[in-house]
Ligand binder design. Structure first.
Ligand SMILES: Cc1ncc(COP(=O)(O)O)c(C=O)c1O
Length: 409
């Protein structure tokens, strides 16, 4: 047989998929991968049920590649306050198969071979492969951790380091707020610094805001809303994250009509369109969410989950950088390494899942091989889980901490 293509040869399997596999094999509590283990609210599943029962034949057929108009309109309305303008539904809202494909389509539409994307590290692990698949090059700028007691806000970048990373090939600054894995919510002044640099160097900003509805401390600000940023910002969102339905695979991009046209030109030959019934159901959900006060309730639920896990981690000598937003907690495990439980965080997370039934990601997977030395000795744990799941993980960690470190109980 002839060899398969070089462009995919060096990619490793996703560390998250592997962790979920290990968790299933070992009957572990899975705090590794960021998906809810609870049912979405009933208005969400009801919305899809209603659409499937709707007698209009076109609801079961192809949507246009730009998206289903009812959803484009609902999104334009729902996100106008945070974007600081109401996007034109037809020209400036593009529907995708999850935020993952939104990011992919943007890289494909914007990058020429060799052009560079600034990526803050730690980073959501999808970014680098997608940049490479588009022929681009990632260039990393570190978010330096403060002490865990400073919370997720302590993770900060140095303006000089950001400026030093820019060269003639730089095309995009990739921003993620609220941030995966740290839970950092970028402040207005940090966003203004990024915006000033983007304008000064004529760069695009790709802003991944899939956790924008989950803010526990501070305020979510879309960089598109800052002066001069509307035309150069592409803002990405996810219905999977918004409504706890990651399996529905639905996302979107807000961008100028010129950028949206380029994205759609590529997208029509890839996925063609996202599932029509899901698009209509999400449009209905966006209306229902306001009526049912869903967002306020969701924040309250997730804040309680965050606090439950953070407290359990602290008792198990894993100090958390308390997240300001999103699904995840990063926790410092240097005491576990010093106590000889494992030689490094990869081995530690492997032991936790295979021997002690708790799946968590080593923070090192959020760094590239070349910059892995910057990863603090820490784990990322997802708290988008049922309270019973979080309690089960807490109990296992507490027992382990007592046994190996002599703390707690
Ligand atoms: C920061 C970030 N962006 C994008 C995604 C992908 O979202 P979707 O499931 O809609 O493809 C994730 C999923 O974990 C994420 O954490």
């Amino acid at each position: 047989m002839k060899p398969t293509a070089r462009r995919v040869a060096d990619f490793l399997p996703s560390a998250f998929g592997e962790m979920t596999l290990l968790a299933n094999q070992h009957g572990a509590v899975n705090l590794g991968q960021g998906f809810p283990d609870f049912l979405p609210p009933s208005f969400v599943t009801e919305a899809l049920r209603r659409v499937l029962a709707d007698p209009q034949p076109q609801l079961q057929q192809y949507a246009p590649p730009r998206g289903w108009l009812a959803l484009q309109q609902a999104l334009a309305e729902a996100f106008a306050p945070s974007l600081g303008h109401q996007p034109d539904p037809l020209g400036e809202v593009t529907i995708t198969v999850g935020a993952t494909q939104a990011l992919y389509s943007i890289m494909q539409a914007l990058l020429e071979p060799g052009e560079e994307v600034i990526v803050f590290e730690p980073q959501f692990d999808t970014y680098t492969p997608q940049i490479l698949l588009a022929g681009g090059q990632p260039r990393y700028v570190q978010l330096h951790p403060g002490p865990p007691s400073a919370g997720a806000d302590g993770w900060s970048f140095d303006e000089g380091e950001l400026r030093a990373a820019i060269n003639n090939n730089t095309k995009i600054i990739l921003l993620n707020t609220p941030h995966n894995p740290t839970g950092k919510v970028f402040s207005r002044s940090e966003l203004q610094t990024i915006a000033d640099i983007a304008i000064e160097h004529n760069l695009y900003v790709l802003s991944d805001e899939v956790y924008d509805h989950l803010i526990y401390d501070g305020q979510h600000i879309s960089i598109a809303s800052l002066p001069g940023m509307r035309e150069r910002t592409l803002t990405v969102g996810s219905a999977g994250k918004l409504f706890s339905v990651t399996g529905w695979r639905l996302g979107w991009i807000f961008a100028s009509s010129q950028l949206s046209a380029a994205i759609r030109q590529g997208q029509q030959w890839a996925t063609f369109a996202a599932a029509t019934p899901v698009q209509q159901a999400v449009a209905d959900c966006l209306h229902q969410a306001v009526i049912t006060d869903y967002y306020r309730q969701t924040i309250a639920d997730f804040r309680q989950k965050r606090d439950l896990l953070a407290e359990a981690l602290e008792e198990a000598a894993m100090l958390a950088w308390l997240p300001e937003g999103g699904y995840f907690i990063v926790a410092d495990v240097h005491r576990w390494l010093e106590a000889g439980f494992a030689a490094n965080t990869s081995e530690l997370s492997r032991r936790l899942v295979t021997e002690f039934g708790v799946a968590a990601m080593p923070a090192s997977v959020f760094y590239s091989p070349a910059t892995r030395q910057f990863a603090p000795a820490s784990l990322r744990l997802a708290f988008c889980k049922r309270n019973e799941t979080l309690m089960a993980a807490s109990e296992r960690l507490a027992k382990l901490a007592e046994r190996f470190l002599g703390v707690g109980a």
